[in-house]
Design a protein around this ligand. Sequence first.
Ligand SMILES: Cc1cc2nc3c(=O)[nH]c(=O)nc-3n(C[C@H](O)[C@H](O)[C@H](O)COP(=O)(O)OP(=O)(O)OC[C@H]3O[C@@H](n4cnc5c(N)ncnc54)[C@H](O)[C@@H]3O)c2cc1C
Length: 379
Amino acid sequence: MRRTDEDIRLREIALGVVDGLIPLVEEGPDGRVNRPLLDALGQDLLPEIFPENVGGKLHGSVSARALCVIRECLGQHLPPAETALALQGLGGYPILLHATAAPMERWVPAVAAGRAVAGFALTEPEAGSDAAAISTSANRTDDGWVISGEKTWISNAPDADVYTVFARTGEEGSRGVSAFVVPGDSPGLTGDSLDMVAPHALGRIRLEEVTVPPDALLGEENRGFRVAMTTLDLFRPSVGAFAVGLAQAALDATLEHTASREAFGGTLGDLQAIQHGVADMAVDIETARLLVFEAADEYDNGGPDVTRLSAMAKLHATEMASRVVDKAIQFHGARALERGHLLEELYREVRAPRIYEGASEVQRTIIARELLSSERTRE
Ligand SMILES: Cc1cc2nc3c(=O)[nH]c(=O)nc-3n(C[C@H](O)[C@H](O)[C@H](O)COP(=O)(O)OP(=O)(O)OC[C@H]3O[C@@H](n4cnc5c(N)ncnc54)[C@H](O)[C@@H]3O)c2cc1C
């Protein structure tokens, strides 16, 4: 794929910081927020994905392509740093895109600098893919809102300093949901962490009559689903970019291994079955990369097909990465299944992206809905 000058600049910054981040990743707590790592990401990389905010006004705009370049590069070279950066973006973007001046000023510069940790709280124990079925409630009072409910598999919980919380303020379904900025130290907000297959900082939070002021509302009342969907349209291509990075790491390791592993009087790489396998892996990765960057450009250009292309990019790239990592393990043999091997790490990392931010089946539904609705408009 052709990289722009800006892609190359961002890749160089990301590659330049990776080595310095490795000890912070190794020394950090598994499955909990790694503040020294976020602090380091806040020096170079996080500011690249958060436009400058002066007095509550944004200078510049969010770039889906920049997010993809950085996530692909970190996914390839240091997945735990990629995840830390991505979770900050997911938690911070709803505030950046939809908050009024005061919460924007309070939180966005701190999140962009890695000083404040952000979480995105949509999913509930009884409402995952069917996010419009959430039951966390927000009731209006004279002083703002009172929020009660439970959220699970939430990025950076229970340690986040600020959450975007989605809660019901109106009728059943997606038209009765609003989004709120909720400080992590709010009285009535508690939580615990979850132990996941890959060491992601993920947890549950419970809100018991948590009060927030009127300006905590993100966007309009009962339009919170729009806040969630605009964030996900921006984020989904970059989930694909992360998957492309993981798959590229698996292919690179496979090329190195099969070129040197001796067998049958030559190397594994001399066998045609292996050659065809790595060729298929490379084609799979490159086609996914093209689709990911096509979707990111559609977002950045304000094109009409953002939702369809974002869903396609996420679906295709995350499914592709699982196939590629699986094949890489096959071509490495038993050594790839020893704990601590790069491919063992990739095998654990590659699974969740097919589920979060809309499972693959949900992406297919979105793609079909978009295709059919444009067909109906043509009729
Ligand atoms: C690592 C990780 C990070 C996450 N981070 C966050 C976060 O920061 N914030 C947050 O709010 N949530 C987060 N989540 C939760 C995630 O968004 C949900 O897990 C996801 O939406 C699916 O919901 P569920 O797990 O309840 O599965 P369910 O909704 O119960 O679905 C189970 C399965 O059923 C199938 N299915 C579901 N719907 C359909 C359909 N319409 N058609 C066909 N098949 C279908 C799919 O195979 C799906 O995987 C995270 C999850 C993981 C694993």
